[in-house]
Design a protein around this ligand. Structure first.
Ligand code: IMP
Ligand code: MG
Length: 175
């Protein structure tokens, strides 16, 4: 896809593939003999989740949430609204939230509190990308794909105004 807004490539397709395979193995080892539920955060995490789930070789189920974070186009406020909730209760289950990217951490902080209040057996996070320089709240992220610099990222699920999710790599947006 040619587009002047697609800038420097931050993560190449082969590196995504390799890392997702590694994460799938780590998750499989960590949750062997457990009742694992992946909770994908729509829409950005869908692409990562679909690949991650196929790299997991233990029994696993999937559910989705959709949230909207109030704020500007590039900064979330931490005030989050649930647009779509889980289909099933998670009490007593081992829940792994799958996120595309953790930026300020405010959205994830809200999700952890909200899902934590439903008494899961465990609650952890697997994020493909994190921007440590932007973090406003400290959160324990158990599984991380890549740390990236403070750039607005697009591709492999990440959008800018709903475009670019289909790029097979992660690139910086030219702003
Ligand atoms: P946070 O609440 O600031 O951590 O932002 C979380 C959400 O904002 C992510 O789940 C993404 O949907 C979106 N987001 C944050 N940074 C980026 C980015 O660089 N590119 C695309 N979306 C982003
Ligand atoms: Mg998201």
């Amino acid at each position: 896809m040619r587009d002047p807004k697609i800038g420097e490539i931050l993560v190449q397709p082969d590196d995504l593939k390799q890392r997702v395979r590694d994460l799938g193995q780590q998750v499989s080892d960590a949750y062997a003999d457990r009742d694992l539920l992946l909770v994908g955060v729509l829409k950005g995490a869908v692409f990562f989740l679909a690949d991650l789930m196929r790299a997991i070789d233990i029994p696993v189920e999937v559910d989705f949430m959709a949230v909207a974070s109030y704020g500007s186009a590039t900064d979330s406020s931490g005030v989050v609204r649930i647009l779509k909730d889980l289909d099933t209760p998670i009490e007593g289950r081992h829940v792994l939230i799958v996120e595309d990217i953790v930026d300020s951490g405010l959205t994830l902080q809200y999700l952890m509190r909200n899902l934590g209040a439903r008494n899961p057996a465990s609650l952890d996070v697997c994020a493909l990308l994190t921007k440590p320089d932007r973090r406003k709240v400290e959160l324990p992220i158990r599984f991380v794909g890549f740390e990236i610099p403070d750039r607005f990222a697009i591709g492999y699920g990440l959008d800018h105004a709903e475009r670019y999710r289909n790029l097979p790599y992660v690139a910086a947006l030219v702003e």
